[in-house]
Design a protein around this ligand. Sequence first.
Ligand SMILES: C[S@@+](CC[C@H](N)C(=O)[O-])C[C@H]1O[C@@H](n2cnc3c(N)ncnc32)[C@H](O)[C@@H]1O
Length: 228
Amino acid sequence: MKKYYHAYNERYKKIHQEGLLWFSNKPTPEVINWVDYHHISLGENLCEIGCGEGRDALFLAKKGFNITAVDIAEEAIRKCRVLSAVKGLKIAWVVSDALQLCEKLSNNYNWIYSVGTLHMLIKDEDRRGFLNSVYSLLKPGGKFLLVNMGDGESERSTDLSTAFELQERGHMGTGRKFEVAGTSYRAVNWDNHIKELTDAGFVIDKMFNTENREYSKCMTVYLNKEEK
Ligand SMILES: C[S@@+](CC[C@H](N)C(=O)[O-])C[C@H]1O[C@@H](n2cnc3c(N)ncnc32)[C@H](O)[C@@H]1O
């Protein structure tokens, strides 16, 4: 079992046992802006990679989009199923490793988005695996939104030998402190981000620094897969 899977799964379990969510229930502004930018019609099929507790998937499904949402953490998807049932929303929740999406998902998509997931991958080979996997899942002419933490200038990476140890973390919603498993994080600068994205075959439409409540400074990129 991959350590980053285990760490997030354990963190979700602990927080859910307390009757809380780790993330907020508010959607990501960058996702809303991307949907608006492309004038994506209600009823279109969108796929989210690394949905966590489903705040963006639930919001978009409520608006009227057809959502498939993937996360590697079983506890995240269990919680998402409960939340969508309570709200009476039909969403295809899938437990899958983002590096092997085509093994679990039988359809290809015109619209894929991912918030805060690539930045968890430390090794170049895993980041390449993530980007290649999304590229394969995207239809020719399809669009991909990528939002990850970083300011585009500084680079840093957590030490994988200690990244997943238990640590005290503040819960954003309540301010309470919890001892939860640490997770991994890698920030890349714009030059290296552009290189990894174009090496994977994507065409960059737009890229900008953004800031949101959940992650603070982010690097946001609108990507295209060229028509064959
Ligand atoms: C920082 S959280 C973001 C969750 C959600 N997108 C949000 O912003 O609320 C990263 C999520 O990516 C998931 N994740 C990490 N590695 C993954 C992988 N290889 N495949 C699928 N999901 C992964 C984690 O389980 C976690 O739920």
